[in-house]
Design a protein around this ligand. Structure first.
Ligand SMILES: [Zn+2]
Length: 87
């Protein structure tokens, strides 16, 4: 089907409407997330993934394998680079 056919024009308008709707609905959430330094990834026209990049600094505690211990204050996670070898 060519781009200029009426059917593709209708589909294009539907897709554009969905994109507009998604951008409108998520505009506030996207702005707040970016204001906080979060990553915003559009995983679909009506889907978003919000992620705080600070979570990338954490790694599983080598002492307890994530179960929680005194070395990680019971969280099972420690800051990357601050880990002593547990093994
Ligand atoms: Zn631990």
């Amino acid at each position: 089907m060519r781009e200029s056919t009426p059917r593709s024009s209708v589909l294009t308008r539907i897709y554009q409407s969905i994109e507009w709707f998604g951008a409108t609905v998520f505009a506030g959430s996207d702005r707040r997330a970016r204001d906080h330094g979060w990553q915003v990834v559009e995983t679909g026209r009506l889907n978003r993934l919000y992620r705080d990049p600070r979570f990338a600094q954490f790694v599983r505690c080598a002492w307890c394998e994530g179960a929680g211990c005194d070395s990680c204050a019971g969280t099972g996670r420690v800051v990357r680079g601050s880990v002593r070898s547990g093994r």
